[in-house]
Design a protein around this ligand. Sequence first.
Ligand code: GN1
Ligand code: MG
Length: 367
Amino acid sequence: MEKIENERLLKILQHFPEIGPVSEIVPLTSGLINQTYKVVTELPGQCDYVLQCINHHVFTNVLLLQRNIELVTRHIRQKLEARGETDIRRKVLRFVPTEEEVTYYFTGEEYWRVCEFIPRSKTLEAVTPETSYLVGLKFGEFEAMLADLPERLGETIPDFHNMEFRLAQLREAVEADKAGRLEGVREIAEALLKDGDDMCVAERLYREGKLPKRICHCDTKVSNMLFDEEGDVLCVIDLDTTMPSFVFSDFGDFLRSAANTAPEDEPDVEKIHFNADVFRSFAKGYLESAAAFLTDLEKEMLPYAVALFPYMQAVRFFADYLNGDTYYRIQYPEHNLVRTRAQLKLYQEVLQATPMMRDYIQELTRP
Ligand code: GN1
Ligand code: MG
């Protein structure tokens, strides 16, 4: 890293008094939204840290964001303590206070925060049926632990997983055609809009009072979970989008990445299939820890959740493509279009797997 950049980051770190002398700051490349670094400290026995610049164009209300995160981590820590858990430092994130006793520092332009780096932990980039069972258990437990959080959380991104809202954004993008890209990809817009009504069923049931919102993680990819050296799950990370949502968010979005046989931006759609084994083991783990608080309707609608997320992601990627790539970081000019096609293909594969998923969920939830 450049010397000037390094000095700038060191200055920011000075506002977090508990951090001792730093020997190195290393960029951590992951995530499409926030800029993240590992801060290696000098003294033996002192933990390392993760320094992050919060993308406040995405998370416009940083106060609300950090309040949510503080409430969530405190609640989980209390639960872990209450059940006599050991090594809690590695099982829930801890954010470091600034000299003002808040968990973010504002430079006048940017918001920064620091959390402890969890030692001897790793992320997995892909899952096997075995690991997806463990991840299912853990995300189900995460929701279960937060089911009795007394405080109300705000929406860190308003309408984040609101399908009606995402479709409205797509319609606007089609209408405006800001980047002049619609010609030639019109059939994608049509394919997406044709299924719009079906995919908005959760929002309608919510208005009718038939579906609840609960506190969900809303970014349940496998890379947002830390494992220890033995391959056991340690802790859930990336809590930025933890907010009230349908439980479909956590169930569906996990399988969107984990049960895809190819990356989310695979250019060759023939490689994209839905991995039924990953689905089954994740569903089994998830329902083992979440079934107790889910309603029958929520359980019955889990296959819908699995279709909803590739569909929603296709809508979001495509709207961003039409808008001229203003939201997702891209690596090449057509990246968002490639991502859209890949998600659309996954959506179609999931629809074909729906009868199988229905049978399996029924089997798991039969009294
Ligand atoms: C973004 O930054 P990252 O990779 O955690 C996005 C998710 C998308 C994902 C697609 C705040 O997540 O909703 O599913 O990209 N997060 C936000 O890769 O928009
Ligand atoms: Mg994220």
